[in-house]
Design a protein around this ligand. Structure first.
Ligand code: TIH
Ligand code: FE2
Length: 297
């Protein structure tokens, strides 16, 4: 959803209607025919889905439910220790099941009454403008497949564990939900692709990989950290910089490994002022000025 064609495995539809998911050379599921077939099945359900109708129900297997259960059980104590209290409040309010993968319809049922958000089905990559534009309408495009069971602790490719344990719990907080919606509304105003990319990159270093000081301890609120129990252990050892919109919009990052540079807000109010203020006011001119600005010492 951020770097076209990179973050998600491409999905193609053959002349006979067969749906294929093309996993990268280093994907742990590459040589697992059953996993590949399953990815095709789940992608096909999303492709066949018509927005406005109920999102597809997936009949999750015992093995898939087990991947969900293990990830959730490993993450829970790490969240208690290292997640920001606002995320923990959202997670408690959302109250999703621990023992089986929730259907996206269930995520919406729990989330909508809290903050007005709904989950829509995505086969994989959704074009940047479509993904972010929908955030402005409080719609989150979510994948439904699970990461490969051999590597549950981290996946470079967002899956339903990331979308739900990371984002839905975050979106259950009215404050994080508002920031996310503001990023969506911003992209609807922007004309140039570079300006949209600037918003996506600031989003990456905030709602995806943001950290925040809370009572002198560095806590995580970014969905990409909170869905990866490997990264939950690693994030506090990374290079931590204060919020800086120019840097967040311009520094290069590798989406396939733990993030080595993170931007920390002093507190939630500062996050809302700086990042929320940017999303609320950015236009093409100011986005280009931000991109061109010289880094200040
Ligand atoms: N690395 C995350 C995880 O393992 O849950 C998933 C991703 C989030 C953002 C990009 S990839
Ligand atoms: Fe994400």
């Amino acid at each position: 959803m951020f770097e076209e064609g990179q973050l998600y495995s491409p999905v193609t539809v053959g002349a006979d209607g067969s749906v294929e998911v093309h996993l990268g050379a280093d994907h742990p599921g590459l040589n697992d025919p059953a996993y590949l077939a399953r990815r095709g099945e789940i992608a096909a359900a999303a492709l066949a889905w018509e927005p406005g109708t109920p999102v597809p129900l997936i009949g999750y297997t015992a093995e898939e439910n087990e991947v969900w259960r293990i990830a959730g059980a490993e993450l829970a104590p790490k969240h208690q220790r290292h997640a920001h209290s606002e995320y923990l409040r959202g997670k408690a309010a959302l109250g999703l099941p621990a023992d089986r993968v929730p259907q996206l319809a269930m995520v919406t049922e729990h989330l909508f009454p809290l903050t007005g958000w709904s989950y829509a089905a995505a086969p994989g990559l959704v074009p940047l403008r479509e993904f972010y534009g929908a955030l402005g309408e409080r719609v989150f495009h979510s994948t439904q497949y699970l990461r490969h069971p051999s590597q549950p602790l981290y996946t470079p490719e967002p899956d339903v564990i990331h979308e739900v344990i990371g984002h839905a719990n975050q979106l259950a907080s009215p404050r994080f939900a508002r920031l996310t919606e503001a990023a969506g509304a911003a992209t609807r105003r922007l004309e140039t692709d570079a300006a949209v990319k600037a918003v996506a990159d600031v989003f990456w270093f905030s709602m995806e990989f943001g950290v925040i000081w809370e009572e002198g301890i560095l806590k995580a609120y970014g969905a990409g950290i909170l869905s990866s129990f490997g990264e939950m252990d690693a994030y506090s050892h990374m290079e931590i910089r204060p919020l800086d919109l120019h840097q967040m919009a311009t520094i290069p990052y590798d989406i396939t490994t733990y993030q080595s540079v993170l931007f920390a807000a002093e507190n939630l109010d500062q996050l809302e002022d700086v990042v929320g203020g940017f999303f609320d006011t950015v236009d093409d001119v100011s986005a280009h000025r931000l991109l061109g600005e010289h880094a200040h010492a």
